[in-house]
Design a protein. Structure first.
Ligand SMILES: [Zn+2]
Ligand SMILES: [Zn+2]
Length: 234
């Protein structure tokens, strides 16, 4: 359909397909699977409640055309030993206060940490030890503007929603906004000699949230670097 004035009503939303390279990284890169996390100076590498340091699954700079998160650095950490689905804990119609640290029954805290930071200038001294460090390339495309977007590894656009769309209000009162999607059963290649992940698909790969499709919804008010909720569907 075309509006008066000739503008196509089905104009899509900007998005970027995320492609995983095959040539292992030898040095820090801001867009990577595994690799050297770029963390804000006061931000420690997150630990799980079980005592294991969380695995850096991937990180990337969000392109500037993707408001309201353009220019942020996104990092997705998840425990190797804990592999489960996320379970939103609500109070008064909102996610509970400090939901990124709040109990995730039966666990005392979440087994993941997703960060959106604005001042991450320097890489960690050491790379993620368990995953093969691989480059990520972002390729712009136009996703759907309404309904369901493309089912792929992407930042921006519209979620492809395997089930009904889910919406959440941050503990600060702001409606969370979708930022990034990880497709169902995506596998991340592991370096030789690493412990297996429980319930993982392959013996030499790790996955996120039991292989559920992941839709990252983040707080556009940036009330906390960890104010991101990972919706899981399959
Ligand atoms: Zn753990
Ligand atoms: Zn918030």
């Amino acid at each position: 359909m075309v509006e008066p004035g000739g503008r196509n009503m089905r104009v899509g939303l900007p998005a970027h397909a995320i492609e995983v390279g095959t040539e292992p990284l030898a040095r820090p890169t801001r867009n990577s699977v595994g690799g050297w996390p770029f963390l804000d100076e006061d931000q420690k590498w997150p630990d799980c409640f079980c005592g294991e340091r969380m695995v850096l699954f991937f990180q990337l700079d969000i392109p500037s055309d993707l408001e309201p998160f353009g220019g942020d650095h996104l990092l997705v950490f998840h425990c190797r030993a804990h592999n489960d689905a996320s379970d939103p804990q609500m109070t008064g119609g909102r996610l509970v206060p400090r939901y990124w640290d709040a109990p995730q029954p039966p666990f005392p805290r979440p087994f993941w940490r997703v960060l959106l930071q604005r001042d991450a200038a320097l890489p960690a001294a050491e790379p993620e030890p368990s995953l093969r460090a691989l480059p990520l390339t972002l390729r712009p495309f136009t996703d759907a503007s309404a309904g369901r977007g493309a089912q792929m590894f992407k930042v921006g656009g519209v979620p492809s929603w395997a089930q009904f769309p889910e919406h959440y209000q941050c503990a600060c009162g702001t409606e969370l906004v979708y930022v990034c999607q990880v497709p169902e059963d995506m596998e991340f290649a592991v370096r030789p000699g690493q412990p297996e992940q429980p319930y993982s698909i392959g013996a030499d790969t790790y996955g996120l949230f039991l292989g559920n499709e992941v839709y990252l919804l983040a707080c556009p008010a940036h009330c906390d670097p960890a104010a991101v909720w990972p919706v899981n569907q399959n």
